[in-house]
Design a protein around this ligand. Structure first.
Ligand SMILES: *Cc1c(COP(=O)(O)O)cnc(C)c1O
Length: 218
């Protein structure tokens, strides 16, 4: 069995007031059921088709978090049920979520993804783009932006990772006054969640520590 049940319980016990999103991408539905039976309801997925397949066969009270890079043309497939979209990295994408949410007669919760890593490859808004998106929110009544999401550099240099998390927390605090909906800071993965929590994370996204290593999806 690849699900690390003891590890799951240990992580839950050390997180106080921090939501654990169990990142189940590439893992079978049975692994999700194992944690579901222990009470876990928040699961994170990165790929639209895989999420649709799992959503169709798993319990309806699961909170599905979309944490991957979302293409605008795929928003319509997840709009009816997605619980929180973590990776909003352009105004264009947020406008499409707003449009699809209206069609479903719902408001969709979203996080704005900020580029904090020094690496070039990661998606996300810079500080200027973030301010632009925030100022457009009054025109997007069908989305509710709850806060920010970010990924630190994949690095052994813990001081660097900590600095990146701290910079995200700073941006999060800067916009916190703009609405009472703003109360989620999604940062921290298997390798760096402890640091992230120390720096103010309210939501961690943990995959491999719970479900074992993944095969790379090429
Ligand atoms: C895959 C993924 C995670 C989980 O990564 P682990 O290192 O396995 O914990 C978290 N966040 C995002 C955005 C991911 O793509």
């Amino acid at each position: 069995m690849s699900v690390q049940v003891e590890q799951y319980k240990a992580i839950l016990a050390e997180l106080h007031q921090v939501t654990l999103v169990a990142v189940s991408k590439t893992k079978p539905a049975e692994d999700i059921e194992t944690l579901y039976r222990l009470g876990q309801r928040d699961f994170g997925e990165n790929y639209v088709q895989e999420l649709l397949d799992k959503q169709a066969k798993l319990p309806t009270d699961i909170h599905w978090h979309f944490i991957g890079h979302l293409q605008s043309n795929k928003v319509k497939y997840i709009a009816p049920f997605v619980y929180l979209i973590h990776g909003i990295d352009s105004l264009k994408l947020l406008k499409e979520v707003d449009k699809q949410a209206a069609k479903c007669n719902r408001r969709i919760d979203c996080l704005l993804q900020v580029h904090i890593a020094q690496e070039e490859t990661k998606f996300g808004l810079d500080a200027t783009e973030l301010a632009e998106v925030v100022s457009a929110l009054p025109q997007l009544p069908n989305v509710r932006v709850r806060g920010l999401m970010g990924m630190a550099s994949f690095s052994e240099d813990l001081a660097k990772v900590r600095t990146e998390f701290a910079s995200l927390k700073k941006m999060y605090d800067r916009f916190a006054h703009q609405s009472s909906d703003w109360n989620i800071l999604s940062m921290g993965m298997s390798g760096d969640y402890k640091l992230a929590v120390e720096e103010g994370s309210t939501m961690v996204r943990i995959g491999s520590l719970l479900f074992g290593a993944r095969q790379n999806k090429a």
